[in-house]
Design a binder for this molecule. Structure first.
Ligand code: ATP
Ligand code: MG
Length: 138
């Protein structure tokens, strides 16, 4: 089955939304096969958001993600989990995300949008390999 990488961002951890997010994914039918709390350094966050290097918010994004406390890194498995996981998350801006989505229900700020999800099966594989050792994933 398909796998995706998801991450509760520092704001989500601080606001104690990790359980709510896992519950939504599990209730839908997706299986948690990897889970850890980590405080990523700038190098790891830079690699993760490598494709956004040219964007004006990139520096602030890397700073935020690497200096605001831990994140919760997760791998979920199941049918269509990459694309449908993104549907469940909502769009980048929480104020443009529909009610019923994670960002639509739980966030208001694009820079504090609570969760990350891989945006394709190829990025998903890369991100799982970046954040998890093979033996850390079931
Ligand atoms: P993510 O990759 O974190 O799941 P995404 O795929 O919806 O989010 P990206 O375009 O990959 O959006 O941007 C990565 C992150 O950078 C966003 O989640 C958001 O936190 C931040 N970001 C994106 N656009 C802006 C912006 N205009 N201003 C501030 N931060 C932004
Ligand atoms: Mg993205």
């Amino acid at each position: 089955y398909e796998r995706t990488f998801m991450m509760v961002k520092p704001d989500g951890v601080q606001r104690q939304l990790t359980g709510e997010i896992i519950k939504r994914m599990e209730t839908k039918g997706y299986v948690l096969v990897g889970l850890k709390m980590v405080t990523p350094d700038e190098k790891l966050v830079s690699q993760h958001y490598d494709d956004l290097k040219a964007r004006p918010f990139y520096k602030g994004l890397v700073k935020y993600m690497s200096s605001s406390g831990p994140v919760v890194a997760m791998v979920f498995q199941g049918k269509g989990v990459v694309d449908y996981g993104r549907v469940m998350i909502g769009v980048t801006d929480p104020l443009k995300s529909a009610p019923g989505t994670i960002r639509g229900d739980l966030s208001v700020d694009v820079g504090r949008n609570t969760i990350h999800g891989s945006d394709g099966t190829s990025p998903a594989q890369d991100e799982i390999a970046l954040w998890f050792k093979p033996e850390e994933v079931a």
